[in-house]
Design a protein around this ligand. Structure first.
Ligand code: NAP
Length: 370
């Protein structure tokens, strides 16, 4: 198969592109600005500068394009060749960072999805199936069970990322109704590899963990009962690859790829407490948390980072993945507390978390008094 992977330089896209090529498929790796693909283990993935219609099995051809533009900003002949070359599209490209202007999310996440669906629908000799990668956080502020068939519950969103990923799903639904063979795969919070804990870049949740464990954020507005689902990158790539390669079973349906053993904020706090080198923030009910009482430094971290992530510590939502398990039968090799420990161990070993502190002197007469 010749597979177009958009967002191929991203955390998920690169891991998926590498696996598809290793399994013998020809991959067209669409990136916007990145000049190379790097797998989660840090190794660059070799790419070739071949035309989309000529890339052979086990090879990854890189293609620079911008999903914000009609025809992905490609010259007419390049776009045409792409449309005739592609058997399947996995759409990972998205603006995933928090805190950018709303229009930027809309351009990439909504209009970019439209442009990719248009490409797939014009593919010849028949429309190419599209695996649209979404987030379980299209649930917004929903509480309780959020299933693979749940979508519009009148929820409100914590940020423009969530809102535009929700809108993108609506566009995929419309495309499916219009005859484009598409599926939606929602992923929860992606972390490092299940076996090693290794992660390619420390960002998102990792930035927060650093601010917490360094003592730079000392209190968070959260509820102990709120739930967070972590999922390891290797499982995400395997599961997504399975959906892509057995896409007939997925068309017209939505799936959840999740760790499956959500952690409560209390669990999070308990696991952090197992690491003597880590500071642990106090968990304050939101009604007791006041930005006014923060030091100038803490307030800066609050405004820059915590403010955007705090909603994730307040939601008690469980993402069921019954359909994914029944259809593809793949479970995450690690989840819940053991997964959190694995990623924290990696962060500590890599020197990202756990500053070395001078131990306080022991009382006179103790061994350190010599
Ligand atoms: N990581 C998670 O925890 C997580 C969780 C749930 C769902 N997801 C979803 O999974 C997908 C992949 O996420 P990720 O974490 O792998 O993303 P990521 O690491 O942030 O990478 C984003 C990718 O999108 C590409 N991109 C951004 N703007 C583009 C544009 N205008 N035109 C073409 N490509 C563009 C980037 O290309 P350049 O590098 O070339 O700029 C990059 O390859 C996204 O749809 C995201 O919503 C991710």
């Amino acid at each position: 198969m010749r597979v177009l992977v958009t967002g191929a330089s991203g955390h998920i896209g690169a891991e998926l592109a590498g696996r598809l090529a290793a399994e013998g498929h020809a991959v067209i790796a669409l990136t916007q600005s990145a000049s190379q693909l790097v797998a989660n283990d840090g190794k660059p993935l070799p790419t070739v500068a071949e035309r989309a219609d000529q890339v052979g099995p086990r090879r990854i051809a890189s293609l620079r394009a911008d999903v914000r533009h009609p025809q992905l900003g490609l010259a007419a002949d390049v776009y045409e060749r792409l449309a005739t070359a592609v058997d399947l599209v996995v759409h990972c490209a998205a603006l995933t960072e928090f805190g950018r202007p709303e229009a930027e999310y809309r351009a990439v996440n909504v209009r970019g999805t439209e442009a990719v669906l248009t490409l797939a629908s014009t593919a010849r000799p028949r429309p190419a199936p599209v695996v649209h990668v979404s987030t379980t956080y299209v649930c917004g502020d929903s509480h309780g069970r959020f299933g693979e068939d749940d979508f519009d519950r009148g929820q409100t969103f914590a940020n423009a990322y969530e809102a535009t990923k929700f809108e993108a799903e609506r566009i995929v639904h419309r495309a499916i109704e219009a005859g484009v063979p598409a599926t939606i795969v929602r992923v929860s919070i992606v972390v490092g590899a299940s076996r090693t804990g290794r992660v390619r870049n420390f960002r998102h949740l990792y930035t927060l963990l650093r601010l917490f464990t360094d003592g730079r954020i000392r209190a968070i507005p959260a509820r102990y009962g709120a739930l967070v689902d972590l999922v390891p990158i290797d499982y995400v790539a395997t599961a997504l690859g399975r959906v892509a390669l057995e896409v007939d079973a997925a068309i017209g349906r939505t799936f959840h790829i999740v760790g499956g053993r959500p952690l409560s904020i209390r669990d999070f706090s308990d696991v952090l407490a197992e690491y003597p080198a880590f500071d642990i923030p106090r968990v304050l009910p939101p009604e007791l948390f006041s930005v006014e009482t923060l030091s100038a430094e803490e307030r800066r971290y609050h405004d820059l980072v915590l403010r955007m992530y705090a909603p994730y510590f307040l939601r008690s939502v469980v993402f069921s993945n019954d359909r994914f398990l029944a259809t593809y039968g793949l479970t995450s090799p690690l989840a819940g507390k053991p997964l959190l420990r694995r990623i924290l161990d990696y962060c500590a070993t890599a020197g990202y978390l756990g500053r070395t502190r001078a131990l306080p002197p022991l009382p006179i007469g103790g061994p350190s008094a010599r």
